[in-house]
Design a protein around this ligand. Structure first.
Ligand code: ARG
Length: 474
């Protein structure tokens, strides 16, 4: 299709090396949508006759059907999805088919196709993400009154509500939703009409193709249009943070389900056994969430490294932008398939959680005591010191804070009054952390309540995006 100026045939190894069908054949449907919009526009501005445009559209629909039915297979000789479709169109229509590529380059074509493909993929991902968020709300509701230990430095720190813990992940993944929305917005411009790089001498109606394809507006600079892949980088940014969140959470759950923690019950249907050790129940799914997500970070670097050395405008290196992109999409999709049903079935062995907490109990309420002293008028630093000494005393005497008599308390810290005994309970400790966003049961309930509303707003926003696209039926 571009061999007019060449004297030799392309070497076989070059065909094999430069073809991109392994990556872009899956884009055929979106590529055809872009072509139909282009053909309609060429008809509307009079570059094609109405009849030619209509025949091209019919031909493209027929090709779409052939590919779907597995009747049309791609040929490596034809390099990529674009030329495979176009060549089949010429086969079907003859000279009329040869007019489709008028005023278009594969450079603005691929930029359009991939944006259309990503738009659909991102909308699906967003739907799956919302499902995950719903699962967190559900678990948080179920576990809001369950007390577990919270950790810093993986050392028992303060007792918290397990509902509070789930809501922490709700926050992380809700931010991911926002980042995915950002990527959806940043791809929402139509490249068609940018041509190879500089636009066209033909009177193309860029507004029209943009509208037909459901984009917000045409891109504003043709050079930038064929050169940039920011919207992909925006996706990778979303995917990378999503991956980080998923991996960190998987790490937690693996820990909590281990015998040493022992209070988290993973569903059997999401665990695997050992081929040699009959007693084993392994958290392989979570390990693979942790294991696979590293590649997602790699794919982001891959794209950025490809982009950073590229001269303006289009360079063939850009063809490789899809490799990591598709791999990343597949991983994120896979993680989003297993996580919601797994988390939905996660449960708690409340006794084990209690026992685990009580091991560190003598220390876990130390901050509460220090803050109790603050309320009695002691400066926090002094209170911290006094309670530190008290903890040392408890460790030496092998006593818990709860086992000290009032006399002992007052001997160690004279400012202590009988009401100290009222604050020394795990539930009491949680319930008293009433600051906004804190772990108090009432606060967690409020977070869940608010979370439901925030999730609903995201679901509505997604629905509105889908609704807006309902009119593009190409
Ligand atoms: N397969 C190419 C890509 O994915 C399409 C554009 C090719 N353009 C070109 N001038 N060779 O980027």
């Amino acid at each position: 299709m571009w061999k007019g100026r060449f004297e030799e045939d392309t070497a076989q190894v070059v065909l094999k090396f430069t073809q991109s069908l392994d990556l872009d054949w899956r884009l055929y449907d979106h590529d055809i949508r872009g072509s139909i919009a282009h053909a309609r526009m060429l008809g509307a501005v009079g570059i094609l006759s109405g009849e030619e445009a209509a025949r091209i559209e019919d031909g493209l629909n027929e090709i779409r059907r052939e590919i779907r039915a597995g009747e049309l297979k791609p040929s490596e000789q034809l390099e990529d999805v674009h030329m495979n479709v176009e060549s089949r169109l010429i086969e079907i229509l003859g000279p009329a088919g040869a007019k489709l590529h008028t005023g278009r380059s594969r450079n603005d074509q691929i930029a359009t196709t991939i944006r259309l493909y990503l738009r659909d993929s991102f909308l699906d991902l967003q739907g799956a993400l919302l499902l995950l968020l719903e699962t967190f709300l559900d678990r948080a509701g179920k576990h809001q009154n369950v007390v577990i230990s919270g950790y810093t430095h993986l050392q028992q720190a303060q007792p918290i509500s397990l509902g509070h813990y789930w809501m922490a992940w709700f926050e992380s993944f809700l931010r991911d939703c926002g980042r995915l929305e950002f990527a959806l917005d940043s791809l929402d411009e139509c490249p068609l009409g940018a041509g190879a790089l500089a636009g066209s001498t033909l009177p193309l109606d860029r507004e029209m193709t943009s509208k037909l394809l459901g984009f917000d507006h045409p891109t504003r600079n043709s050079l930038d249009t064929v050169a940039q892949r920011d919207y992909m980088a925006d996706y990778h940014h979303f995917a990378s943070l999503f991956a980080v969140h998923a991996a960190r959470m998987a790490e937690d759950l693996i820990f909590y389900a281990s015998q040493e923690f022992g209070w988290l019950k993973l569903p059997d249907s999401f665990c695997t056994g050992s081929s040699i050790m009959p007693q084993k129940k392994n958290p392989d799914v979570l390990e693979l969430v942790r294991g696979k997500t590293g590649q997602v970070l790699g794919h982001m670097m891959d794209l950025l490294i490809t982009l950073k050395g590229l001269p303006m405008t289009y360079d063939r290196d850009l063809q490789e932008d899809k490799r990591g992109l598709f791999a990343s999409l597949e991983t994120v999709k896979g993680v989003l398939e297993v996580m919601p049903p797994l988390i939905a079935k996660v449960d708690v062995d409340q006794e084990a959680a209690r026992a685990g907490l009580e091991k560190g109990f003598s220390l876990a309420l130390a901050t509460d005591v220090a803050e109790y002293l603050v309320v009695k008028g002691i400066p926090f630093r002094d209170a911290h010191w006094k309670v530190g000494k008290l903890v040392k005393y408890c460790l030496e005497e092998k006593k818990r804070l709860t086992e000290l008599t009032l006399a002992e308390w007052q001997e160690q810290i004279p400012e202590v009054q009988p009401d100290i005994l009222e604050i020394l309970g795990l539930e009491e400790s949680v319930a008293r952390r009433k600051t906004y966003g804190g772990t108090a049961f009432a606060q967690v309930a409020a977070q869940i309540n608010q979370g439901e509303k925030r999730l609903l707003a995201k679901a509505k926003a997604l629905e509105a995006r889908r609704e807006r696209l309902k009119t593009c039926t190409l």
